[in-house]
Design a protein around this ligand. Structure first.
Ligand SMILES: NC(=O)CC[C@H](N)C(=O)O
Length: 304
């Protein structure tokens, strides 16, 4: 079946899915997003773009931003980041405090909140203008001239950051946070409030499917050895305590966010972004996972 037909096939199946997911409400602004929004954008490196739904509508990328901040930190200090965090799946919810207490303030991986907060701390220490430089980094890898944040989401999450503040305080008590807690929290919350569309996300993730190069260019913006590692962490840790289930059902490295977005890549083949706000109990987009499972099944293109 041709790719555009496959996407239409997936779209036609959606109304028959048992939808019990709930839009994230712990960040009040996210709850205002209509739950029936849906978009999917497939970018095949060789044959181009295919899409269904509101693929140009921007939404809050939330934890998908953790891939960008990890990439920037790795390009600044390389493997030294792994002195401050690990690369093991956590098997716990994304905002859990439990492991930190036993593991001396070293987060399991960069894609749970604790790990992403350490990455934010690293970027704050290394960059003069961290917010602008992170947005410029995303713009540079994606060919999107301007990347913006949703200020209402930013303010809304800042007022409800109790858990992230706890994670930071706990890690600071173990000596694993250098900067002022309020500053780290502000920067982390800012990166989570970045808004992008499925079309934009599939372009921004093309370098992860293309050995660090933007399609049609020959210079790697991120060395292939680092891309290999980032993709490995997406595979093992991109979906918190559902990383195994995502591998089992979809079979691609990827990253989700509580805004209902998921991006996944097939190295050498394609990137795909999907958006549907209702989340399953593990905090991953319920219909997004279904759509990706159907994509790899109908195309026969998973990495396994
Ligand atoms: N999983 C997510 O997308 C979580 C991101 C959200 N900003 C938080 O810190 O809770």
């Amino acid at each position: 079946m041709e790719y555009q037909n496959i996407l239409h096939q997936i779209q036609s199946e959606l109304p028959y899915q048992k939808a019990i997911g709930k839009v994230a409400s712990y960040i009040p602004e996210l709850e205002k997003v209509p739950k029936d929004k849906f978009a999917m954008h497939l970018y095949c490196l060789k044959s181009g773009h295919y899409h269904i739904g509101s693929h140009e509508e921007k939404f809050s990328i939330q934890s998908i931003s953790k891939v960008f901040s990890l990439s920037l930190a790795m390009s600044l200090i390389g493997d030294d980041i792994f002195k401050r965090l690990d690369v093991e799946p956590s098997g716990d919810p994304f905002n859990s405090l439990v492991q930190l207490e036993h593991e001396e303030g070293i987060p399991r991986n960069p894609f749970i909140n604790a790990g992403a907060l350490v990455i934010s701390d690293i970027l704050l220490s290394k960059l003069k203008h961290p917010k602008e430089e992170l947005l410029a980094f995303i713009s540079g890898i994606s060919n999107i001239p301007t990347i913006n944040i949703d200020n209402d989401v930013f303010e809304s999450e800042k007022k409800h950051s109790y858990r992230n503040a706890s994670l930071l305080n706990l890690m600071k008590s173990f000596g694993n946070i250098e900067n002022d807690i309020e500053e780290v929290l502000d920067f982390y919350t800012y990166q989570c409030a970045i808004e992008m569309s499925c079309k934009e996300l599939s372009s921004a993730f093309a370098i992860y499917a293309n050995e660090g190069k933007k399609p049609t260019t020959s210079i790697a913006l991120i060395p292939p050895s680092k891309i290999k590692r980032i993709n490995a962490i997406m595979q093992t840790c991109g979906f918190y305590d559902e990383a195994g289930e995502f591998s089992f059902r979809v079979g691609l490295p990827g990253k989700s966010g509580v805004g209902g977005g998921i991006v996944a890549i097939h190295p050498g083949q394609y990137t795909v972004a999907v958006w549907s706000p209702p989340l399953n109990p593990k905090g991953n987009s319920e219909l997004g996972m279904y759509a990706l499972e159907r994509l790899t099944t109908l195309t026969g293109l998973s990495i396994f």
